[in-house]
Design a protein around this ligand. Structure first.
Ligand SMILES: *[C@@H]1O[C@H](CO)[C@@H](O)[C@H](O)[C@H]1NC(C)=O
Ligand SMILES: *[C@@H]1O[C@H](CO)[C@@H](O)[C@H](O)[C@H]1NC(C)=O
Length: 571
């Protein structure tokens, strides 16, 4: 039986990688290497080593160094045995990152990493900012060197990227030319106008900036080729029809479609998917029972097979306080992560929990349990409102102790999504609030008393509590505190099937630099087209009811967008 060794410095979701290995090399044994002693113990047997890294470069380098792994890894590489770095595992092959100026990487390549700019000229020209981090599905734009050495990475496939820092080409052309002369092969990708290193390979060393274990079939094919030692593999056949004329988005990312599952237990104690316990958009059967729309893992797997780019699970009864061990969502994630190879987000209940004996489990530990189970991101809702209120009260200063700050410090900003549940409030005059208002232009849309202004008040506890804070203000605070993405719901639109809240999305998207996911109101594929057409550039859109009721598949939505010339990833 083959054994695959995986360096684990406990900074992220390695369960998904183990699941992906199991998928492409059934029966393979996965052994985690956590320190120098582990390395020494197994060294003689290691033929295939994976070096996955998520989150922060500095944190990763520090962990690798403190655990005494830097030297054995370098010696291993020098011995000619095979290694594959993933994400920060690619970055660490380079010498240096702006993300952690004091930390030295392994330095195999004399190159450096810099942060993507939000002020990308391509975006500035149209009055937008580029979202940083880059989150989503991008292709490969260019190769240099021996391209038969890239384990089937194919320019017509899409791969899942999530990172703020990259080895950007423009600022180090000479270094790249020199490294090409040293025998390195490169694959490059464009994020907006910034071209960066998507993959590198030389002899026994291979590394990708994208996550093969989260890139659906195309990613699994790359991982499989590496594990089988086939650098010249063909890769996954691409389903992109070359004749279809599609746009190139400003960012280069395809239009991301997320399927969302609201999970609760029914009276029999079984976990089921429903539509919102929140703000009463529940679908009831004739006996007024909340309608069961299916089982979470089964549905999620179906959506993955239909081409969903991401799956979100929300615990909609999380306002109760139950100990961590009573969270069946952990099991849902474990099961889902075995068959679903796109990013998984979990929301609801990411907060400090009190165990039966009174001990408090901090939110970062709760999040860690979800990451261990297979989640890639956690979504923070009610807690975010309290954290933002404290931030404003404290002169726009964080305490360093909030869940947003602690989780993003350890697991990276990309792991923290803020779920915002705002409700429209009409006002006659902007002076009636300190929050930034939206001027309503269309008289047909004035408030019931003819109000010409509105803003979006955030709520918590599943819409039960309203706060004197605007959605925009909440998002601005959370971005400053280290959130990586915004999931923007709209209570006024949820359950209406009448389309997304374009006005709200426009307000938030034009003011924050992290990606914004449109949520609430999707009733048909046309609504997705409409929201992606917004000139402010929404990054992703989420659907729930239309998929659960079986009215449309994720494929239907993508096929529609494709027909309209939009760039979508097809599985
Ligand atoms: C990409 O895949 C297609 C088949 O889907 C193949 O014809 C083509 O040669 C591949 N390109 C590269 C660069 O491997
Ligand atoms: C949701 O959270 C509540 C409160 O902690 C808990 O009782 C319930 O079991 C959770 N549901 C799932 C699916 O984990």
């Amino acid at each position: 039986m083959t054994t695959i060794y995986v360096v684990d410095v406990e900074s992220g979701n390695l369960q998904s990688l183990a699941n992906a290995i199991d998928q492409v090399a059934p029966g393979a044994n996965v052994v985690f290497i956590r320190n120098a002693a582990d390395f020494q113990q197994h060294n003689a047997n290691i033929e295939t080593l994976l070096l996955p890294g998520v989150g922060n470069y500095g944190h990763f380098v520090k962990q690798v160094t403190e655990r005494g792994l830097a030297t054995p890894v370098l010696e291993y590489i020098a011995s000619g045995r095979r290694i594959m770095g993933i994400c920060v595992g690619l970055q660490v092959l380079m010498k240096f990152s702006e993300e952690a100026p004091g930390q030295q990487g392994l330095g195999l390549l004399d190159m450096k990493l810099a942060k993507f700019t939000t002020e990308d000229p391509i975006f500035t020209k149209v009055g937008q900012k580029k979202a940083v981090p880059e989150i989503g599905w991008n292709s490969v734009a260019q190769f240099s060197g021996d391209t038969t050495h890239l384990y089937g990475i194919n320019s017509s496939n899409k791969y899942y990227y999530v990172h703020s820092y990259a080895a950007i080409v423009d600022s180090q052309k000479e270094q790249i030319t020199a490294e090409e002369a040293n025998g390195w092969t490169f694959a490059f990708t464009n994020y907006g106008s910034e071209r960066f290193v998507a993959a590198v390979a030389r002899k026994n060393v291979f590394a990708t900036q994208f996550h093969p274990e989260k890139s659906g079939k195309a990613g699994l094919a790359v991982l499989k080729a590496f594990l089988q030692g086939q650098p010249d593999a063909q890769g996954a056949p691409s389903t992109m029809s070359s004749s279809a004329a599609t746009e190139t988005t400003l960012s280069g990312l395809s239009r991301r479609i997320i399927a969302c599952l609201d999970v609760r237990s029914n009276d029999q104690g079984d976990l089921v998917v429903t539509k919102g316990d929140q703000y009463d958009v529940r679908e009831k059967d004739d006996n007024a029972n909340v309608r069961n729309l299916g089982k979470p893992v089964e549905l999620a797997t179906r959506y993955y097979n239909q081409g969903a780019d991401e799956i979100t699970f929300l615990n909609i009864t999380s306002f109760r306080n139950d100990p961590l061990k009573d969270q069946p969502m952990l099991e849902v994630l474990k099961q889902a992560a075995k068959t679903i190879f796109v990013p998984l987000t979990v929301g609801g209940g990411i907060k400090d929990l009190t165990e039966a004996d009174g001990t408090v489990v901090p939110a970062s530990k709760v999040a860690a349990a979800y990451f261990l189970a297979g989640a890639d991101k956690v979504s923070i809702g009610s807690d975010a409102v309290a954290i933002a209120e404290a931030w404003y009260a404290n002169g726009k200063q964080g305490t360093g102790k909030s869940s947003i700050e602690t989780i993003s410090a350890t697991f990276g900003v990309q792991a923290v999504v803020i779920s915002v549940d705002p409700k429209r409030k009409y006002i006659a005059d902007p002076s009636q609030t300190t929050q930034e208002v939206i001027k309503i232009e269309d008289p047909a849309r004035y408030g019931p008393q003819g109000e010409r202004y509105c803003y979006y008040q955030v709520t918590s506890q599943g819409g039960r509590k309203t706060h004197e804070m605007g959605a925009l203000e909440l998002c601005v605070a959370c971005e400053a505190l280290g959130a990586g993405e915004i999931l923007l719901n709209s209570i006024d639109h949820d359950g209406t099937n009448s389309g997304f809240n374009l006005e709200l999305l426009h307000q938030v998207k034009s003011r924050v630099s992290i990606p914004v996911i449109a949520s609430s109101g999707a009733g048909n594929p046309g609504h997705f087209k409409q929201v992606f057409d917004l000139e402010c550039g929404v990054d992703a859109a989420l659907g729930a009811g239309l998929f659960h009721r079986g009215e449309y598949t994720v494929n239907d939505v993508k096929a529609h967008l494709r027909e309209q010339g939009m760039d979508v990833r097809l599985e």
